[in-house]
Design a protein around this ligand. Structure first.
Ligand code: LLP
Length: 388
């Protein structure tokens, strides 16, 4: 028998009491995921930063901060959210190609652990602002390693034509510049290949690139305190119950075996999706079941404003009918109410016979779900409900 979200979590009658649509978060799974990460990294000189952009819900952030992880942020808003949740400023890294002066000043004021810098103009602005404020900015240079992780073209970040990072051939001169500028403490190098990566080959290639770079720099007498290899580890969207926790073992082992870290060098990670993806589901109700010439539609009260991944990336999320007791199944297109054809969660989805009022779960929605929600069509933002 298929396991269903509500079999071992909130009883159905409790889920039924909440106004839909809402995100349901299984905090036990989140805690188990984080403990697993902490166990695997405990004996290494490693810090895992949680990519706040994946899910900035304050309750989720507090759980992650309390477990001792760092935070990877991409805006002033995320710096504030991370500080409010209790992340230690020294464990906050600030990434992004377009940091504004106001955001940089906020980071300097709170003496965050690292600015991941993406260009020389940005480096110069940080240097100037830090000097004016009498501060020193901790900096890692984001390198574009030109490795194609073969993920969706919207979430691949490390190929040469991408806006992210500094091309490898420019790196030596940017490192020199960083050493020469006042107010800059160059601590390390930063890399990020992309997102939803489920094979280890791109990470292995990244390790090889980093090894070569470290050798070359060492040759010239330059060493780095931090190597930040980013995030991107994928999750199982097709069968979340088979793999509720991502394959962190393989992920960390890849770096352990292939990266030649130097004595005392710290390894940093920035993981988002793999930490929170499986602990969240979007819960909706079927407002109508509609039969048209060739198709049957389940029309939900949740739409692309609540979870945009299927519309934006053609992403697949497993869909379950939590309340149907029917043993018969039918094939439906599961859609939202928004006036856009892309407001479709799944085509030709097999579900138990579904009726108006049934409670539907869209699984693996903990990452880039609530955090990407919008009020398009003047819809309300989805609420959050927690398991405990
Ligand atoms: N570090 C950097 C520099 C990043 O740009 C990202 C994600 C991460 C870390 C975290 O990556 P993760 O471990 O979560 O894969 N909205 C898209 C994903 C966008 C990812 C953006 N960058 C989606 O829903 O698939």
């Amino acid at each position: 028998m298929e396991t269903r979200l509500n079999d071992n979590l909130l009883p159905l009658d409790q889920l039924m009491q909440h106004e839909t649509p809402f995100y349901f978060y299984d905090l036990d799974l989140l805690r188990a995921t984080i403990s697993h990460i902490n166990e695997l990294t405990a004996s290494h000189n490693a810090i895992v930063h949680y990519a706040v952009k994946a899910n900035g819900n304050p309750r989720i952030l507090k759980e992650i901060a309390a477990a001792g992880l760092g935070a990877d942020v991409v805006s002033g808003g995320e710096i504030i959210a991370a500080l409010d949740a209790g992340f230690s400023p020294g464990k906050i890294t600030f990434a992004g190609v377009g940091k504004t002066d106001r955001e940089i000043k906020l980071g300097l004021e709170h003496e965050i652990g690292c600015f991941n810098v993406e260009s020389v103009p940005e480096l110069e602005v940080i240097s100037q602002l830090a000097t004016e404020m009498g501060k020193t900015a901790n900096v890692a240079l984001r390198v574009n390693p030109d490795i194609d992780a073969h993920t969706h073209r919207f979430i691949t970040t490390a190929t040469a034509d991408n806006k992210f990072g500094i091309a490898i051939e420019f790196l030596p001169q940017v490192v020199k510049r960083a050493h020469a500028l006042p107010g800059i403490n160059l601590r390390g190098l930063h890399f990020h290949l992309g997102s939803q990566i489920t094979v280890m080959r791109p990470y292995q290639m990244l390790c090889e690139t980093i090894n070569r770079l470290l050798d070359d720099f060492e040759h010239d007498g330059t060493t780095f305190e931090i190597i930040n290899v980013g995030g991107g580890l994928g999750i199982d969207y097709a069968d979340p119950d088979a793999h509720p926790i991502a394959d962190f073992e393989q992920f960390f082992a890849t770096f352990h075996h292939h990266l030649n870290l130097r004595q005392g060098q710290q390894l940093h990670f920035e993981l988002g999706r793999s930490i929170v993806g499986q602990c969240g589901s979007l819960i909706a109700r079927a407002t109508y079941v509609k039969h048209n010439r060739n198709k049957q539609f389940v029309i939900l009260d949740a739409g692309m404003t609540d979870l945009i991944r299927p519309a934006l990336y053609d992403a697949h999320h497993k869909i379950e009918n939590l309340s149907s007791r029917s043993s018969e199944r039918a094939t439906y297109d599961v859609v939202g109410p928004v006036c856009e054809s892309s407001d479709t969660f799944a085509h030709d989805c097999s579900l138990p016979t579904t009726q108006r009022g049934d409670l539907i779960a869209i699984r693996s929605a903990g990452a880039y779900g609530e955090s990407m929600a919008s009020t398009y069509n003047m819809r309300r933002l989805p609420q959050a409900v927690f398991s405990i």
